[in-house]
Design a protein. Structure first.
Length: 69
């Protein structure tokens, strides 16, 4: 009986590892999609004249970005 429970635990651990691999892949795809959205937003804001220069995440300011004030 103890051997059976160890075998069941090993199978369950393998299933959980596979699920984690799938979730990690989905997370990477989601991050890529978000990066594409950010890039598109930056391009649209430049094209529409909302911003005179691309938005940068490194600049920390309490004031809203140009065009949103």
């Amino acid at each position: 009986m103890v051997e059976t429970s160890y075998a069941e635990i090993a199978v369950r651990l393998d299933e959980l590892k596979q699920q984690l691999d799938v979730l990690a892949k989905q997370q990477a795809e989601l991050a890529s999609g978000i990066q594409e959205l950010v890039q598109t937003f930056r391009q649209l804001s430049m094209h529409l004249g909302i911003a005179a220069e691309p938005y940068r995440t490194s600049k920390k300011s309490k004031e809203p970005p140009p065009g949103f004030g």
